[in-house]
Design a protein around this ligand. Structure first.
Ligand SMILES: Cc1ncc(COP(=O)(O)O)c(C=O)c1O
Ligand SMILES: N[C@@H](CCOP(=O)(O)O)C(=O)O
Length: 547
């Protein structure tokens, strides 16, 4: 078992990089072989975790969990505590991520993750990551001046929420420039305003005439480009960055403890966590919590109509198949995998309009490690074999548009997870019915959280109350998504404005904006050009201002 002083090392899911420290993986973001970093071992919980952690504050719990992954030699405990304290001081509630009960009879609870500065769950990790970047840079730049100082060029892709949370986590920070690509016209009006009205010199918004997946592909291509990596130190804010996953583990434990304090929770009760899922980062944090020892019976994946993950859990095939676009040009390939055409559907839950879920790769590594390796193999050999399998699957995804896994891998995936697909009509119905339910006190769900609640009710038909409790993750505030919410609420034009919109959003859309436009046709090289030019201009302006 890892102790507070143990030094956790990290490896790449594609087997090409080993033995990195926490600081190295946080600053690199993506491994050189294109893989994602994972800890060599998932630490077990201390034997007395349940009694010892039960009454801790969110911040103290985060410290205990992070300390299992970050050695005291890398970040001294007092410094880690201070980073955590500053990261969550920006939240509007002292509980940071409170859990509320939505349906007592059905044991359905909501884990509210939207009390941070940008009103979405991303703040929990990105307030922390922003402070972590700053901490490492201050340490590395001690005594250095001007262009000798290490400068981070943060690159991120967003379908709306990561972008604003990253910008709020990094705005004004010394030695950091942040570039966020969003799909032009495909994020909500409030999300776009949140990102583009931030005027700090180190914040750069790029609107791309494509989809979120195009933006995410550009991020990955830039990380793989030797040219920009020679001149700029790139860093990631998407959930490819391991620190994002780590920071999200805390709320699974915190919410579990909240639940165990309720009288309806009995020693024999079981818990299912239901997670509105797109890039698979949020639910992956739940998977780590479960592997560490949190007693979660199942993790429930709730997708919108972009259902690649749901289809995988049904069939064992991970295919970008163009169900919603025009027919695939190549039809079926030899191995039965359909050629892909890139058809993501625009839904009422735009932050989850994602075709390829990048963190699924991390789960594939663990599944492969467990299923394919024989006990007699040395650990290093088993790790390498898992990396080879992942590499082959990912190559097929790239070249053929999909891949299939065998029954043992699918069984292993189904052991910990189950999945539901939720349509736009079901989203509207769910927002309406929860708003109208006498017991909910007119609770207003955002469309992503509604996907989780709809899936919770369906899951509760299989794993029933009173013995099972469902904790559904509320990933954003309803005010961010007026398009869906206004459709579901009373037909009164002022209701949204008066009852939903928080004061922080009032007038936001009228503020001046700054954004550059990038053509998808110019490819990632076009993005590189903009990044290089804007970083140079920013540094020169800072030099002239004597900063
Ligand atoms: C509001 C909201 N809900 C759910 C998700 C899906 O989370 P994940 O990508 O971690 O699966 C996102 C974005 O990713 C989001 O912004
Ligand atoms: N929904 C996300 C998409 C990016 O996901 P990430 O968790 O990998 O950053 C968003 O809002 O941008």
């Amino acid at each position: 078992m890892a102790s507070h002083s143990a030094s956790q090392r990290y490896l790449s899911t594609r087997g090409g990089s080993y033995d990195f420290s926490f600081e190295e993986v946080v600053l690199k973001g993506l491994a050189a072989d294109g893989g994602l970093f994972i800890p060599e071992e998932v630490p077990s919980l201390p034997s007395d975790w349940a009694s010892k952690w039960q009454h801790l504050s969110f911040e103290d719990l985060a410290f205990e969990i992070f300390s299992l992954y970050i050695s005291a030699a890398e970040i001294p405990p007092a410094d880690l505590k201070d980073i955590i304290r500053r990261s969550y001081a920006t939240f509007r509630t002292k509980h940071v991520t409170p859990t509320v009960t939505l349906d007592k009879e059905k044991n359905i609870h909501l884990l509210e993750l939207f009390h941070g500065p940008t009103f979405a769950f991303k703040d929990v990790a990105l307030q922390f990551l922003g402070n972590l970047f700053e901490y490492f840079l201050v340490r590395r730049n001690k005594g250095k001046e001007g262009r000798n100082r290490e400068h981070l060029t943060v690159i991120g892709a967003t379908s709306g929420d990561t972008g604003s949370a990253a910008i709020y986590g990094l705005r004004g920070k010394k030695d950091v420039s942040v570039f966020i690509m969003h799909p032009h016209g495909k994020v909500s009006a409030i999300q776009e305003a949140q990102m583009t009205t931030v005027m700090d010199a180190n914040v750069h918004n790029l609107a791309v005439d494509g989809t979120f997946d195009d933006c995410q592909d550009f991020v990955k291509a830039l990380f793989a480009d030797p040219e920009i990596n020679k001149t700029h130190r790139l860093a990631a804010v998407n959930s490819i960055n391991w620190a994002r996953i780590l920071a999200q583990i805390t709320y699974y434990f915190y919410s579990y403890f909240d639940l165990t304090r309720q009288p309806s929770f009995l020693p024999a009760s079981t818990v299912r966590f239901v997670v509105p899922t797109g890039n698979f980062g949020d639910i992956l944090a739940g998977y780590f919590a479960k592997r560490m020892g949190l007693p979660a019976e199942k993790l429930v994946i709730a997708t919108n109509e972009n259902d690649i993950l749901h289809r995988f859990w049904q069939s064992g095939k991970y295919e970008k198949q163009p169900v919603y676009g025009k027919a695939a040009e190549g039809g079926l390939q030899e191995d039965g995998v359909k050629a892909h055409e890139g058809g993501v559907k625009e839904t009422l839950s735009p932050a989850m309009d994602i075709l390829v879920s990048s963190n699924f790769e991390r789960l594939l590594w663990f599944l492969s490690y467990e299923v394919y390796s024989t006990n007699g193999d040395a650990v290093s050999q088993r790790r390498a074999q898992a990396g080879d399998h992942v590499k082959n699957w990912l190559n097929d995804l790239k070249s053929k548009g999909g891949f299939g896994v065998n029954k043992e891998i699918l069984d292993a995936a189904q052991k910990d997870f189950t999945s539901y697909r939720v349509s736009d009509d079901e989203v509207i119905e769910t927002i309406k019915s929860i708003f109208g339910a006498p017991s909910s006190q007119h609770y207003i769900l955002d469309p992503h959280s509604a996907i989780g609640i709809h899936a919770s009710y369906r899951s509760a038909e299989v794993s029933k109350p009173p013995s099972t409790h469902h904790i559904s993750l509320a990933t954003a505030h309803p005010a961010k998504f007026n398009n869906a919410v206004e459709r579901a609420l009373p037909d009164d034009k002022t209701y949204f404005e008066e009852k939903v919109l928080p004061v922080e959003f009032k007038g936001l859309e009228d503020k001046p904006r700054r954004v550059s436009h990038v053509k998808k046709a110019d490819g990632w090289e076009g993005v590189r050009k903009v990044v290089v030019a804007e970083v140079e201009a920013e540094l020169q302006a800072a030099e002239q201002a004597g900063k």
